[in-house]
Design a binder for this molecule. Structure first.
Ligand SMILES: Cc1cc2nc3c(=O)[nH]c(=O)nc-3n(C[C@H](O)[C@H](O)[C@H](O)COP(=O)(O)OP(=O)(O)OC[C@H]3O[C@@H](n4cnc5c(N)ncnc54)[C@H](O)[C@@H]3O)c2cc1C
Length: 513
């Protein structure tokens, strides 16, 4: 049986990134259909870490509220981490923020985001594999086959959040820059005959690495890494015999275990889509970028894609912002993924075995723990060094920065930045008795922007700031800088009282199939 659906946005892929994006769009009242090939959430162990900047974005959108510290906490909090397998790194985040590291199985996150998406009215169609995507001047058409037959969806936009082997990316003809694999890894959940055989933690020998985590009552999560070369067929299903042989080769002893519950293969194959947007087609998460899993950065990078794209798509679809806002998604997110790929390649270079790299690792063991280096690497791995491109040289140095959580004294009492952003609207903060011109300029955009007056605080030495729903500063008052109204116009169009005129055909749009 064939069925037809209409929506404003179709999302292909219901992993963590697609589900979070769906929850975001649903929360903004955008009619959304999500098509996911799997009938249920996969319990296969994948990511288990959400890094600080992704977590900071999530709490601003109402997730993990219990992790937000109460009161005006000062200083930093730290969590021990590794760089290239080398211990001594501390991931730091301001004490006024949650974290710095949330450890939660990916499957739990997927369930949480799916619940939020469904509760917000998103139509989540599981068991539906997409095989056709086409766009024309009116929108997109996406076809999938599900348990009851073929489903065809038409919408204004489609987002491919369908993982590293993205069908949407292929059908849209979006090329990706690929980095061939040079190392080979196996992962599995096994029941060891003798848990003492494999101590937990990271261990290296001249032949490779093992990373072991004993999970009481749930077996042992084992990973092996051979840095000497790629597996000839990275898509070949691994076997228990292969994992046994690899563990024996690296550790130098037989490790007895019963039939594994999960087995998978990984490598340092990496790719970055050449564009995150092609007309009405967008890519997010692994569909847009993939890399070696060291540093546990893949999930967090994808979640931040969803947080960046969600409010922009919602504002454009609801005709509260011009179509051009959507181009900032690629400009802001693709360079971030490029840097993640670079840092994972650098880490793998340090993990290779051999006399040269052993000397380098020994040297790095001291360097990584040094305060300034640790801070630099912490910001890199946790995404806290991300600053969005400033529009002009005259722009305030605050523009593009992430506004940390600060407690503010407002007319409505003490409120912190996290609570003020929860409504998902851009936030104009005006400090002190500033001459009122900012308020006057923002008046025309009152249906889009929330305005809050607060007492000046030394932690934000600005007269006024415009903060985006994702927590980044869109504008800050600076001598000789842009006027607030120019920036509001750029983001949300000139006449906010009237629906924004949308161009009939977006750049690059064309038939795909
Ligand atoms: C074994 C393993 C271990 C990992 N370990 C870590 C880690 O420790 N830390 C970390 O940060 N990251 C890790 N990653 C990476 C992390 O899991 C990914 O970055 C994350 O899953 C990306 O989420 P996503 O939603 O973009 O894609 P995915 O999770 O891949 O989700 C894509 C979804 O799209 C669906 N789909 C695909 N094609 C179609 C189609 N044609 N039609 C409909 N649906 C489709 C799939 O069924 C899937 O549910 C690991 C990955 C693997 C495989």
């Amino acid at each position: 049986m064939n069925s037809r659906l209409r929506a404003q946005v179709v999302i292909v892929g219901g992993g963590p990134v697609g589900m979070l994006l769906a929850a975001e769009l649903g929360d903004y009242g955008v009619s959304t259909v999500l098509l996911e090939a799997r009938a249920s959430v996969s319990e296969r162990p994948k990511a288990s870490v959400v890094h600080a900047r992704a977590l900071q974005g999530l709490v601003r959108r109402g997730y993990f509220g219990e992790m937000v510290p109460r009161g005006a906490a000062a200083g930093v909090v730290e969590a021990p981490f590794r760089f290239a397998g080398i211990p001594g790194l501390s991931i730091c985040a301001p004490a006024s923020e949650p974290g710095p590291v949330l450890r939660r199985p990916q499957a739990d996150l997927e369930r949480l985001f799916e619940r939020r998406a469904r509760a917000a009215g998103v139509r989540v169609l599981r068991g539906h594999r997409v095989s056709e995507v086409a766009q024309d001047r009116d929108g997109v058409r996406v076809a999938a086959v599900g348990p009851s037959g073929r489903v065809e969806c038409t919408a204004r936009y489609v987002v491919g959040a369908d993982g590293g082997r993205s069908t949407v990316r292929d059908l849209a003809g979006i090329p990706a820059r690929a980095y061939g694999a040079t190392a080979s890894g196996l992962a599995g959940v096994v029941t060891l005959e003798d848990p003492e055989d494999l101590p937990s933690g990271w261990h290296s020998t001249p032949r490779g690495w093992t990373v072991v985590r004993h999970m009481p009552g749930a077996g042992t999560h084992v990973k092996t890494l051979d840095c000497s070369g790629a597996h000839p067929d990275r898509r070949l299903e691994p076997t228990a015999a292969e994992l046994r042989a690899e563990l024996a080769r690296i550790t130098g002893k037989e490790i007895a275990f019963r039939e594994p519950r999960w087995l998978s293969r990984f490598s340092d194959f990496a790719q970055l889509a050449c564009s995150y947007r092609f007309g009405k087609v967008f890519l997010a998460g692994d569909a847009a970028h993939m890399h070696f899993p060291v540093g546990a950065q893949g999930l967090s990078t994808g979640l931040q894609d969803a947080l960046n794209l969600g409010w922009k798509l919602a504002y454009v679809v609801r005709r509260l912002a011009p179509e051009g806002l959507l181009d900032t998604y690629d400009a802001e997110r693709r360079p971030v993924a490029g840097r993640v790929i670079d840092n994972t390649r650098a880490q793998l270079a340090l993990m290779r075995r051999g006399p040269d790299t052993e000397a380098l690792q020994a040297l790095f063991a001291g360097v990584v723990a040094a305060d300034r280096v640790s801070r630099h690497l912490s910001d890199l791995i946790s995404g806290q060094d991300v600053v969005l491109p400033r529009r002009t040289r005259q722009s305030s140095p605050w523009e593009g920065r992430f506004l940390q959580n600060v407690s503010l004294r407002t007319a409505g009492g003490r409120r912190d930045v996290i609570a003020l952003l929860r409504a998902g609207r851009p936030l104009l903060l005006v400090f002190g008795e500033a001459d009122g011109s900012h308020l006057a300029q923002a008046r025309h955009w009152s249906q889009v922007v929330s305005t809050v007056r607060a007492e000046p605080t030394p932690r934000i030495p600005c007269e006024a700031l415009l903060v985006r729903p994702d927590g980044y500063v869109a504008w800050a008052c600076a001598p000789g800088g842009d006027r607030l109204q120019d920036v509001l116009e750029l983001y949300f169009g000139a006449c906010p009282g009237r629906p924004v005129q949308q161009p009939a055909v977006a750049a690059g749009a064309g038939a795909l199939s």
